[in-house]
Design a protein around this ligand. Structure first.
Ligand SMILES: [Fe+2]
Ligand SMILES: [Fe+2]
Length: 222
């Protein structure tokens, strides 16, 4: 059941929290993998799945802002620097495009060390731009928008976000556990509310769990 008390700020800040942890964890492990290699193939697969889920979430989040949220509030927020925010999205999209062939090569175990070093460089640039971006976006956009809309408009926007993201957040078997388990238990309800409880209830079903459990070393799974 959708929680009508969930604010747009709760939702956006929670997605930012997931992406921030995703970026931090990806960065925190890569030096060790470059230096010592992966302890086993499952951890190698888990790390690649984790990076894959991160870039899909990044992309869907930026598109949700570019195509739905920013246009909806643009007129009501004349002092917000939307052009800077959009520039950041474009820059990060460029980093994601650079990462795709690198992740493909790593999936095939081609030139593992060379590709990990390239990946590290992109992750570093991504993280650098991300933290500057969310600082501005939260101050000039997210913290202001809930006061600008009615309850009905808020519910309608959530429904648009949800429908749009279901299409973009593929594969769901990686992105849903990624969203849920990059959050501490007390913060998970915002994400569960914004999507569908049923979707998350399935995560631990054996058939689905088998598809994402390689990411567990990088997630907050109890
Ligand atoms: Fe953004
Ligand atoms: Fe954002």
């Amino acid at each position: 059941m959708f929680d009508h008390k969930l604010t747009l700020a709760d939702y956006f800040l929670t997605v930012h929290q997931v992406i921030s942890r995703g970026v931090d964890i990806s960065n925190a492990h890569i030096d060790g993998f470059i230096k010592d290699g992966f302890p086993n193939e499952t951890i190698f697969d888990g790390y690649l799945n984790y990076l894959h889920a991160l870039i899909v979430l990044f992309d869907s989040h930026h598109k949700t802002e570019d195509d739905i949220a920013f246009p909806f509030f643009r007129e009501a927020l004349p002092n917000t620097h939307f052009e800077w925010l959009l520039e950041d999205h474009d820059l990060i999209t460029g980093f994601i495009e650079e990462l795709h062939p690198i992740l493909d090569a790593l999936n095939k175990r081609e030139q593992v060390n060379v590709n990990l070093v390239l990946c590290k460089d992109i992750l570093f640039k991504m993280s650098d731009r991300w933290y500057g971006h969310i600082g501005l976006e939260e101050e000039e956009f997210i913290n202001l928008i809930d006061d600008l809309i009615s309850n009905e408009e808020r519910v309608r926007l959530f429904s648009q976000f949800k429908n749009y993201n279901y299409k973009l957040l593929k594969p769901h078997n990686l992105t849903f556990p990624f969203m849920l388990y990059n959050l501490e238990p007390q913060d998970q309800r915002h994400i569960v509310n914004a999507y569908s409880e049923a979707r998350f209830a399935d995560l631990d079903a054996p058939a689905w769990r088998a598809e994402w459990e390689s990411m567990i070393p990088f997630l907050l799974v109890a």
